[in-house]
Design a protein. Sequence first.
Length: 95
Amino acid sequence: MGESGLEGHFGLVRWEQAAPGGARLLPLDEDPTGVLTVADGRLACLAGKAGRRPLQRNSSGIVHGERGLAFMSYLAFAGVYSLEGDRLTVRVDAA
C-alpha cells in the first residue's frame, strides 16, 4: 500500500474544477462516469461525460467535427500523486 494509505479502484462521483475568482466548474457535467486506479504511489484516471456517444463514422472515416466533441467530453491521465489532508495532487507524466 502507498505511503498515503490510498490504494485501490474508485468510481468517479464528481469532477469539479476551481476557476480563478473562486467559481466552481463541472466540465464533465453533473453526472460524469469514470474510474481512478491507485497503486504503488501512482494514480491513473479515465473520465468522461455520462451518455457520451461513440464517434460517428462515414465511408471516409470519422465524421468532420466528431474528434473535437470527443476531446471535450473525455480525459485520461496518469502520474505520481501525493495526498495532504483533503487535497490530492498528481504530477502528470502521461495524458
